[in-house]
Write a protein that binds this ligand. Structure first.
Ligand code: B12
Length: 466
């Protein structure tokens, strides 16, 4: 049928190649790989996300192994690397270069502005990409942007092709669990949230198939640990009860963590999740001020719900992690101080505090451009390096009028110090984690990062829970 190379590019290709291997596999590409293989394609996965592969090396692999189609994935964070790669390959005579992933899904005209890609596919692409690849190879000359057909029955998709990568390498790098999706989609429209590739219609996989996939992950990695990457795993309690029942029927125990909305958990559900191995839940609290959280962001959860659900998690023996952000439209210094202090009231396990990034695909992106907070050609400027080389600190933050970025950073760091540097918190944490060397190691890493980098670390500091 043909040979397809799937590539995850770095933020940008630098002269010097780093020896650091990537930290986690791209599940989106592995989902595409299994659908392509099902259609008879030979597929190879190249992860260059840590700048561990040079452009020369990549084009050498393409030419040496005669790949017919090159699929490149990109979120906004690494769209610059994707454009650099496509340009280099195009100028090197490669053809059938296809872009997919979150960024093109929000910025459909990127391939017109950077014409090194032959096709751009937006949205979920397991059903559409194999057809596009067949058409490209048969020289049907398709070009331009195509919207991917959303898979409505996720159970018909083959499991991500984890067997085509050396999965174990990722575990040497600190990954401690396999990422799995039990659902897709989230019906909410929080102003900052950019998940442009995933259809908002919530679809559930059958728990039988989910635990089959978990068995496969454990067999592949030897690790009985899972991270559910779903944006809204607990949106349907009946589904979660059934999933937990199936997990508890596994011939071995697993530990797992997931994201959840605070108003989708209650006492009996948390008890069942704990019995099924749930160790940690990541909650998007977003702000310590209810006007900002519910009128500006549109989250729709109250302080009372946060305090109750967090306490219920502790009672169930599940660690409740809270994620916050500073710098929302119209946010005042007083409202920011509500966020600085809220974790002292909510009492979560750990906190992650972020400055607001208006990303393509989020309602806030268009608003920030209209308000002149970010440039209207911010994407092209970012790709052309006008904001500097990296991502963090390059892609502009949303800074409300009357405030400065330095002030927001100061408030972020103050939030961390006020929460973590409490003797009661440190003693409590040591008492709680003294039993497990893994947790003590994590606490030391956390402590080090707090003292020396003034910010918390957590396995998913990039990920904003639903
Ligand atoms: C797991 C995850 C991570 C992991 C792994 C990322 C990775 N490389 O895979 C980690 C923790 C590293 C991560 C980091 C970040 N993430 Co993240 N992450 C996710 C998450 C939760 C799941 C990704 C996933 O597997 N989705 C499921 C698969 C099926 O979807 P998919 O990957 O989009 O792939 C489908 C389509 O996009 C398309 N497709 C994808 N690639 C290609 C390629 C081709 C050729 C084609 C045809 C189609 C195609 O088909 C696929 C199958 O349907 C998503 C949210 C989400 N629900 O998707 C956020 C998400 C991708 N992350 C996001 C962000 C912003 C980040 C950070 C930049 C945040 C930050 N400020 O630091 C960091 C970047 C740091 C880094 N090191 O990469 C945003 C991206 C928004 C945007 N406009 O780009 C998302 C959408 C949501 C969010 N807000 O968190 N993330």
């Amino acid at each position: 049928m043909g040979k397809v190379l799937l590539i995850q590019p770095p933020v940008s290709f630098k002269e010097k190649v780093s020896a650091k291997i990537p930290d986690c596999p791209n599940l989106g590409l592995l989902y595409l790989a299994s659908s392509l293989i099902k259609e008879g394609f030979f597929v190879k996965y190249l992860d260059a996300s840590n700048n561990n592969l040079s452009l020369d090396k990549i084009i050498h692999i393409i030419k040496e192994q005669n790949f017919d189609v090159i699929g490149i994935t990109a979120m906004t964070q690494n769209i610059k690397g994707a454009v650099q790669l496509a340009r280099f390959l195009k100028e090197g005579g490669c053809k059938n270069i296809v872009l997919g992933g979150p960024h093109i899904s929000a910025d459909n005209t990127l391939i017109e502005r950077f014409p090194y890609f032959d096709v751009g596919i937006g949205g979920e692409a397991e059903l559409t990409f194999p057809e596009v690849a067949k058409d490209l190879i048969s020289g049907k000359g398709i070009r331009g942007f195509i919207k991917g057909q959303t898979p409505l029955d996720l159970d018909r998709l083959p499991f991500p092709a984890r067997n085509i990568i050396d999965y174990k390498t990722y575990f040497k790098r600190g990954s401690w669990a396999s990422a799995v999706f039990a659902t897709r989609g989230c019906p909410y429209h929080c102003n900052f949230c950019s998940i442009p590739a995933i259809d908002k219609r919530v679809r559930f996989r059958s728990p039988q198939l989910i635990v089959e996939e978990i068995k496969e992950c454990v067999k592949l990695t030897g690790r009985k640990a899972i991270i559910f990457c779903d944006d809204a795993l607990t949106i349907d309690k009946k589904f979660v009860y059934s999933l937990c029942e199936h997990i508890m029927r596994l011939p071995f125990r697993i530990i797992w963590e997931a994201q959840s909305r605070i108003n989708y958990v209650d006492k009996p559900l948390l008890k069942t999740m704990k019995r099924a191995g749930c160790q940690k839940l990541l909650f998007g609290i977003e702000s310590g001020n209810e006007r900002i959280r519910n009128q500006i962001i549109g989250k729709g959860i109250t302080d009372k719900q946060i305090i109750e659900a967090t306490a219920l998690c502790w009672q169930a023996g599940i660690e409740p992690d809270h994620y916050l952000m500073i710098g929302q439209p119209t946010e005042t210094k007083k409202e920011i101080l509500d966020t600085v202090d809220c974790s002292l009231r909510f009492e979560p396990n750990i906190i992650g505090v972020f400055l607001v990034m208006p990303l393509p695909g989020a309602p806030l992106f268009e608003q920030a451009i209209q308000e002149g907070i970010i440039d209207k050609d911010v994407i092209d400027k970012f790709i052309n390096g006008s904001y500097g080389e990296g991502y963090e600190g390059c892609w502009p933050y949303y800074v409300p009028r009357g405030l400065t970025q330095d002030y927001l950073i100061e408030m972020r760091d103050l939030t961390y110090r006020k929460f973590y540097l409490r003797p009661s918190y440190i003693l409590n944490r040591i008492r709680r984690d003294f039993t497990s060397w893994v947790k003590i190691k994590r606490d030391l890493r956390e402590g080090f990062s707090l003292f020396f980098r003034n910010r918390a670390i957590n396995d998913f500091n990039a990920r904003k829970p639903s």
